[in-house]
Design a protein around this ligand. Structure first.
Ligand SMILES: C[S@@+](CC[C@H](N)C(=O)[O-])C[C@H]1O[C@@H](n2cnc3c(N)ncnc32)[C@H](O)[C@@H]1O
Ligand SMILES: Nc1c(NC[C@H](O)[C@H](O)[C@H](O)CO)[nH]c(=O)[nH]c1=O
Ligand SMILES: N[C@@H](Cc1ccc(O)cc1)C(=O)O
Ligand code: SF4
Length: 462
């Protein structure tokens, strides 16, 4: 456990983990199922602000309380989804300091002479990737992208942006002709990816912001138009830490906390389910993490639209935050465990807490299923964000991998739909296992012959 996260001592933040509550009281409330205050959450997250570092005995008490709460709220099932990641473009000028997924957009211009490692897909290319994956049995496609300057909601949006005197400087817009590859419009990408009955999970609040930049359109109307084009639900990434003083350090170019909340409310008002995330383990302290949970819990009290909460542990190796010396490492194991556990205990109105194998690897993500998490993410088949940041836990998990891992901890493996409303318990002895819920799924293994060792990238169409 690093002092940085336990106490925030080495940074001059207004918010620091310092409360009038005691660890014992907070734990008693957690055990009794009482709604926790931010002070309670901070006591649990730090295993007590009365002592430095993490106390191992108190930590086990918090994890045990969270594991019990998980069993009471959602039972023993461990769910996962047959899904594909299809990200459209890495071009982005937002400049988040924790992100190595993006490439600055000028590198994609036809006039640029240097090399770069980024990519942009046309709508037709996106469709072909999803089409191929549908045959393997996927239920869902998840798509998150950089904010390409040529990306617009639709042709009306393009016209508005082109009417600005200096669109690049004022609204981060350049016409597609300036670039090697045209991503089309968001509506075209949605139409392209929403193929063959697949569930389309896309358009984070940051992307929705880009899809309405320079206009007075509401998030709700933008999400409605995207929904009409095939969007089924929206990922709540771009949340990072929903506390302004942290965003100023790690993502000053990104939408504010208030705007992220407005975007999520717009998506929910448009009739979409959403997920919510936290990206932690960088410059923030335990007080910020719990304040973030409060923002999420309040949003869920108002909307009831959040289907799952996903703690994303910061992957530091190739990021500007690390290269500039603003961080020296990511979260310690104990911090990851407490993040999951306190999420479960604090978020009394969100059923599903995800253990993300792409962030934690197999061993830790399995352990986290005994610390309050009940969902085990998805097969994803392709991964660019974590990999480019320096993560090494691979790009896919097969159904056989899932069943083997989940059975090893004595829990039932359950294939789910994105919204958790459809569930299918998998009989462990009936191998090999494949998806059944996707529009073209028939139980055939998606990744026949692939041994996912958790470290080796695999081709998306394997
Ligand atoms: C890469 S962005 C793509 C979508 C869109 N540009 C946005 O910001 O919402 C998606 C999310 O990936 C996560 N992410 C990016 N870099 C990361 C890193 N180094 N470690 C952990 N998560 C990261 C962040 O939470 C971010 O919001
Ligand atoms: N679909 C989920 C993913 N997908 C991987 C992401 O695209 C990305 O690489 C990374 O997680 C962004 O930080 N990851 C999850 O953690 N959970 C999912 O449900
Ligand atoms: N399942 C979560 C987690 C996620 C995280 C990062 C992503 O890039 C995509 C998804 C979501 O849909 O929001
Ligand atoms: S996190 Fe999203 S908005 Fe920020 S730089 Fe990366 S791709 Fe761009």
């Amino acid at each position: 456990m690093s002092d940085r996260s336990a106490t925030g001592l080495d940074r001059s933040f207004e918010h620091v983990p310092d409360t009038d509550q005691s660890f014992e009281n907070a734990l008693a409330k957690a055990r009794a199922g009482d709604r926790l205050t931010v002070a309670d959450g901070v006591e649990l997250m730090t295993t007590g602000t009365d002592c430095d570092g993490i106390d191992p005995v108190r930590k086990e008490q918090v994890l045990e309380a969270a594991d019990r709460r998980r069993a009471e709220m959602v039972g023993d099932d461990v769910t996962f989804v047959a899904n594909l990641n299809n990200n459209v473009t890495t071009a982005c000028n937002t400049g988040c300091l924790f992100c190595n997924f993006k490439n600055t957009a000028h590198q994609f211009e036809s006039e640029y002479e240097g090399d770069h490692t980024g990519f942009t897909k046309t709508p037709a290319e996106s469709r072909a990737v999803v089409e191929d994956a549908l045959d393997t049995g996927i239920y869902e496609v998840t798509s998150v992208s950089g904010l390409h300057p040529a990306f617009v909601l639709n042709e009306d949006h393009r016209e508005i942006l082109e009417s600005y005197e200096n669109p690049y400087a004022e609204v981060d817009y350049k016409p597609p002709e300036a670039y090697d590859k045209d991503p089309g419009t968001y509506v075209e990408q949605m139409r392209a990816m929403s193929v063959g009955g697949v569930h389309l999970h896309s358009m984070t609040p940051e992307e929705a912001y880009h899809a309405r930049r320079g206009t007075d359109w509401s998030y709700e109307e933008v999400y409605r138009e995207l929904k009409d084009a095939g969007l089924d639900s929206a990922p709540g990434t771009a949340a990072e830490i929903l506390v302004p003083e942290v965003r100023e350090v790690i993502c000053p170019g990104k939408i504010s906390t208030a705007e992220w909340v407005e975007g999520m409310e717009g998506a929910i008002a448009a009739g979409l389910d959403v997920t919510a995330t936290i990206m932690y383990g960088h410059v923030e302290n335990a007080a910020h993490r719990v304040m973030h949970l409060k923002v999420i819990r309040d949003l869920q009290d108002r909307t009831d639209g959040i289907t799952e909460f996903v703690p994303l542990s910061f992957v530091y190796q190739n990021t500007p935050l690390y290269e500039r010396g603003l961080v020296t490492e990511g979260a310690a194991d104990a911090e990851d465990e407490l993040m999951i556990a306190v999420s479960r205990l604090f978020l009394d109105n969100i059923d599903n807490i995800q253990s993300s194998w792409v962030k934690f690897g197999n061993a830790k993500s399995l352990k986290l299923l005994n610390c309050g998490a009940n969902d085990f993410m998805g097969t994803i088949l392709s991964e660019e964000i974590t990999k480019r940041a320096g993560g090494g836990y691979g790009e896919y998990r097969s159904f056989d991998d899932y069943v083997e891992m989940i059975s090893a901890i004595g829990r039932p493996a359950v294939e789910r739909s994105t919204d958790y409303r459809q569930r299918r318990r998998i009989a462990p002895d009936d191998a090999p296992h494949g998806p059944m819920l996707g529009p073209r799924a028939d139980g055939t293994p998606m990744l026949a012959g692939c041994e996912s060792d958790g470290g080796e990238p695999a081709p998306a169409d394997d």
